[in-house]
Design a protein around this ligand. Structure first.
Ligand SMILES: NC(=O)c1ccc[n+]([C@@H]2O[C@H](COP(=O)([O-])OP(=O)(O)OC[C@H]3O[C@@H](n4cnc5c(N)ncnc54)[C@H](OP(=O)(O)O)[C@@H]3O)[C@@H](O)[C@H]2O)c1
Length: 293
């Protein structure tokens, strides 16, 4: 392993970017630079080009994105700039300096039809502005550089920032009953596990598109029940409801895919380790989190 690699990590104030920097430093890489919007606004083409040409990274882990899925529906132009044009500018500059580029994408690029896991090359047809713009970002990256790792993930949780697990834990302090969707099925992704996989991938030339969530599938209802059971939370009654019922209560929500199952065949074929089972990831995460929520 080359510990002298110069690695640029975007989105360091978010969930995944934070863990990428943490894991890379833990592994002994000493030339790791984590940045966020204050240091570089990725929608500014000239600034992106200048920054990357001056810094000359060997690897760019591009995690920054517009991730507020519902709010994205209200400002599609801005979200396109962040999720599609930003990665385009980064890929173009990465290509100029010969850097490997990671682009983190999402299950939301698919339409969520059926029950069969989506393959990396399944047709894309995102249901929301977030899903469509992330898909456009993928296409720009593929056109901008050959040295890309596109990794689709879903239902992300990490120590830094907000996520579903923290929300459920907070709600358990003020609610005694919750209605949770039971017909959207997917896989949670622990940023600690993903960042470790990215660090492994970075040392290879096995470029391409991958799916890399924690193993196993569950619904949001299963996920919630598991979190509460693991934390011995018994004061909240969790009721399963359908997406249709949920949308009647929250009509302005962006459309979510019912089927977020993604196949890991390309990961296995390339010889990378699958991430641990999602229940194991939640257990470790809850230990890491303690009562800090
Ligand atoms: N969270 C999920 O459930 C999920 C699911 C599937 C895929 N993903 C993908 O996984 C990646 C990491 O997600 P995450 O949950 O770690 O994201 P996150 O916690 O929301 O962090 C994203 C970071 O990007 C920054 N950012 C936004 N606009 C920017 C801009 N114009 N220039 C520079 N930085 C900007 C944000 O800053 P501000 O907060 O100041 O805007 C934030 O610090 C993203 O690419 C996301 O699309 C996430």
């Amino acid at each position: 392993m080359n510990k002298d690699l110069k690695i640029l990590v975007t989105g360091v104030k978010g969930q995944l970017g934070f863990d990428c920097v943490r894991i890379l430093k833990e592994r002994g890489y000493c030339r790791v630079l984590g940045i966020d919007k204050d240091e570089l606004d990725i929608t500014d083409e000239e600034a992106v080009n200048r920054f990357i040409l001056e810094y000359k990274p060997d690897v760019i882990m591009h995690n920054a994105a517009w991730t507020a899925v519902d709010k994205a529906e209200e400002m599609p132009d801005l979200v396109y700039k962040v999720n599609a044009l930003g990665p385009k500018y980064i890929a173009t500059a990465a290509n100029k300096v010969g850097a490997k580029m990671f682009y983190i994408s999402t299950d939301y690029v698919f339409d969520g039809e059926g029950t069969v896991p989506f393959e990396v090359d399944s047709p894309k047809d995102g249901l929301s502005i977030y899903g469509k713009t992330k898909s456009q970002g993928e296409d720009f990256v593929i056109n901008g550089t050959n040295k890309y790792f596109i990794i689709r993930i879903s239902w992300v949780f990490g120590i830094n920032g907000n996520n579903y697990i923290k929300t459920m834990l907070k709600l358990s302090k003020i609610k005694d009953e919750l209605n949770i969707v039971c017909d959207q099925v997917g896989s949670p992704t622990y940023t600690y596990d993903l960042a470790n996989l990215m660090a492994d991938m970075m040392e290879t030339d096995k470029y391409g598109v991958y799916h890399a969530t924690n193993e196993g599938f569950c619904s949001w209802y299963d996920f919630t029940k598991y979190i509460y059971k693991a934390k011995w939370i018994t004061n909240v009654k969790v009721n399963p409801i359908t997406t249709e019922e949920y949308l009647k209560i929250n009509p302005n929500q962006a459309k979510r895919p019912l089927n977020s199952r993604m196949s890991k065949a390309s990961l296995v074929k390339a010889g990378f380790n699958l991430l641990p089972k999602w229940e194991d990831a939640v257990d470790r995460y809850l230990k890491e989190l303690g009562n800090d929520y």
